[in-house]
Design a protein. Structure first.
Length: 201
């Protein structure tokens, strides 16, 4: 089966990161992220059957039947700018408002900073409903490619924000972390979409 990896329109979309990965981005330790996206669900049913060749922004993946093909469209595209969605709060006076109703002049607090003062800050708000204008981190996508999880190198693991320690490589530390998020994915060596990015200052 052949898969053609296409990119979509350029538009600002939100991207979620765990608090520890959010911190790694802000500390300039993380410049890539691997995502198991819905567009890969079909090939991850039998990931070992696929082979891949990158041609520009298009990935040709061959399986057991080369004449078969489908179209895979990642959520983000090369050159696109995304904003990092994170847990947040604003001022108490806006507690009754929905996120889209909050004025852009409102002060925004980021809960991943580890500080919360209920006398100043309003209710905690989900990253899911964080509007673009309230974000503080804007990565620009530099590269988009599919990759098997176990194919990552030690250097790529470090680009994900992980470090080696006395007992374990950065790659093994990444694998352990990823397994918590997606149990069984590393052992199955699933396909992921790799996004390399740089943060716009």
């Amino acid at each position: 089966m052949a898969i053609y990896l296409k990119t979509g329109r350029c538009e600002v979309k939100g991207m979620f990161f765990k608090p520890e990965m959010n911190l790694a981005i802000r500390e300039d330790r993380k410049h890539a992220t691997r995502r198991i996206e819905e567009c890969l669900a079909e090939i991850n049913k039998e990931p070992d059957k696929w082979r891949i060749l990158m041609v520009g922004d298009v990935a040709h993946c061959w399986g057991m039947i080369p004449s078969d093909f489908t179209v895979v469209k990642p959520r983000y595209r090369v050159g696109g700018i995304v904003y990092v969605k994170e847990a947040w709060a604003t001022e108490n006076q806006y507690n009754h408002l929905k996120p889209r109703e909050i004025p852009r002049t409102a002060q925004i607090f980021y809960l991943s900073d580890g500080y919360y003062d209920p006398f100043i800050m309003g209710k905690r708000r989900s990253p899911l409903f964080m509007p673009e204008w309230s974000a503080r981190i804007f990565p620009k996508i530099l590269e988009v490619k599919p990759q098997r999880l176990q194919s990552m190198t030690e250097q790529e693991a470090k680009a994900e924000g992980f470090k080696a320690d006395v007992f374990t490589s950065a790659k093994k530390n990444f694998a352990a972390y990823f397994e918590v998020l997606h149990p069984g994915s590393w052992e199955r060596n699933e396909w992921v979409i790799v996004y390399k990015f740089e943060v716009i200052k």
